[in-house]
Design a binder for this molecule. Structure first.
Ligand SMILES: Cc1cc2nc3c(=O)[nH]c(=O)nc-3n(C[C@H](O)[C@H](O)[C@H](O)COP(=O)(O)OP(=O)(O)OC[C@H]3O[C@@H](n4cnc5c(N)ncnc54)[C@H](O)[C@@H]3O)c2cc1C
Length: 384
């Protein structure tokens, strides 16, 4: 029988097995810190040090900049996130954002900006962040109000970014801003740039390193523009195409961990003279979760393998995997809490933490409904 947290249903290409082993070793070494780090609203220094020492952030930059592979590889990122998310959302997020926050630089940054940040990202000497969302703008990013204007040899960025992962701990922010003319651009803003400040107005149910980034006439050299003016959405699409499937990997890892908690508890506790795992609908709930996880994992790795070949051409598969796996994780954690009864609700229990951590996954990096909408458009276009 394959362990729901083992990745057994998918034959990982041999070249990735060593990476998977490393990621699992890191996750195991981080387990004792997870309770603390996953409740933190700043980067946990010990967790950061473990991740730094593992060398795994080198997966997030190309070999030219000290990275592990020639190019950032969706399958590699997915393999690592599945392992890390099974132990700690904090660790998984810290790893994931190194790629998500820096990928536009990899694709289109100027030489000076790449040289400044990418080697540091790969070594986790610098923390990356991506600023798209604003207080009044979430899914509908074309409505952003943050602006960028050229002033001689400088760019001036003004606005407010909200719900930004790593805000306050990041060393740079890759920010989406509206051009003076039509179009949007990404601009790299070092955290110590004059006029950039951070506030922490919100805490969420699964604590996360999160904050608002206030941009008050932030001035940076013109070479901090990423790509040509007007390429902001194209670069964001490239980022999504490479990383969206890795959210599915994290969801599969988290769901596998939840199922293990549920099985351990229900096999060990008797009610009415029978282990819970054999009582009433409980066996079917456990098996349904196993089926959910295996289906999600199969789709996730099919999509990740396709994305590692051609991320843009396989974005619909990555989107299907992201929705499928995060919705599956939501069902799995809910069933796990239910079969564990009151023990599933105790603050500080691993399952209680996983239950909370599964919830944001259905909202960030494309909410389920927004992804369904674009998938339906793709489907109709393909079939008519
Ligand atoms: C833990 C966490 C970390 C985050 N980190 C970052 C980050 O690092 N950087 C960043 O820029 N942002 C980040 N975000 C913000 C995230 O990207 C947004 O929450 C997301 O884009 C959704 O926007 P919203 O929350 O404003 O929801 P809204 O856009 O207001 O949507 C609300 C609801 O309406 C639905 N909806 C919206 N539009 C449509 C549509 N066209 N069709 C059907 N349904 C629709 C949505 O599915 C959702 O259910 C983070 C969020 C969370 C929870």
């Amino acid at each position: 029988m394959s362990d729901p947290a083992s990745g057994g249903a998918f034959d990982l290409p041999a070249g990735y097995l060593g990476l998977q082993r490393e990621a699992r070793e890191l996750a195991a070494s981080a387990a004792a810190l997870a309770d603390r780090a996953d409740e933190a609203d700043h980067v946990d220094p010990e967790m950061r040090e473990l991740l730094r020492r593992s060398g795994l952030c080198a997966v997030m930059v190309p070999s030219r900049y000290g990275g592990r592979y020639e190019a950032v590889d969706s399958l590699a990122v997915t393999v690592v996130r599945e392992a890390l998310a099974a132990e700690s959302a904090h660790l998984d997020s810290l790893f994931a954002m190194q790629g998500i926050g820096s990928y536009a630089l990899t694709v289109a940054g100027t030489a000076a900006v790449r040289d400044r940040w990418l080697p540091a990202v790969g070594k986790l000497d610098a923390i990356a962040a991506l600023g798209l969302t604003e207080p009044d703008v979430g899914s509908d990013l074309k409505a952003i109000t943050t602006t960028v204007r050229r002033d001689g040899a400088e760019l001036v960025v003004t606005g407010r970014k909200s719900f930004i992962t790593n805000a306050g701990d990041a060393d740079f922010y890759t920010v989406l801003a509206r051009e003076e003319g039509p179009g949007y651009s990404l601009v790299v803003l070092p955290a110590d740039a004059h006029g950039l400040s951070v506030e922490h107005p919100h805490q969420i149910i699964a604590p996360h390193v999160l904050g608002d980034v206030i941009l008050d006439e932030v001035r940076v050299p013109a070479d901090h523009q990423v790509g040509e003016p007007g390429q902001g959405f194209r670069l964001m699409l490239a980022t999504l195409a490479t990383f969206r499937v890795s959210v599915a990997g994290a969801a599969v890892g988290l769901a596998g961990a939840a199922l293990r908690e549920a099985v351990r508890h229900t096999a060990g506790r008797e009610q009415f003279g029978t282990p819970l795992a054999r009582l009433g609908p409980v066996p079917a709930m456990l098996a349904s979760s196993w089926a959910d996880i295996e289906m999600a994992r199969a789709l996730t790795y099919r999509a990740a393998a396709a994305a590692s070949q051609d991320p843009l051409a396989s974005l619909h598969l990555s989107s299907l995997a992201k929705v499928g796996a995060t919705e599956a994780a939501g069902r799995v954690v809910d069933r796990a809490v239910q079969v564990m009864g009151r023990f599933g609700l105790i603050r500080g229990a691993k399952i209680e933490r996983l239950y909370r951590e599964a919830r944001p996954m259905r909202i960030y990096e494309g909410s389920t409904e927004v992804i369904f909408d674009s998938l339906a458009k793709h489907l109709v276009k393909e079939l008519t």
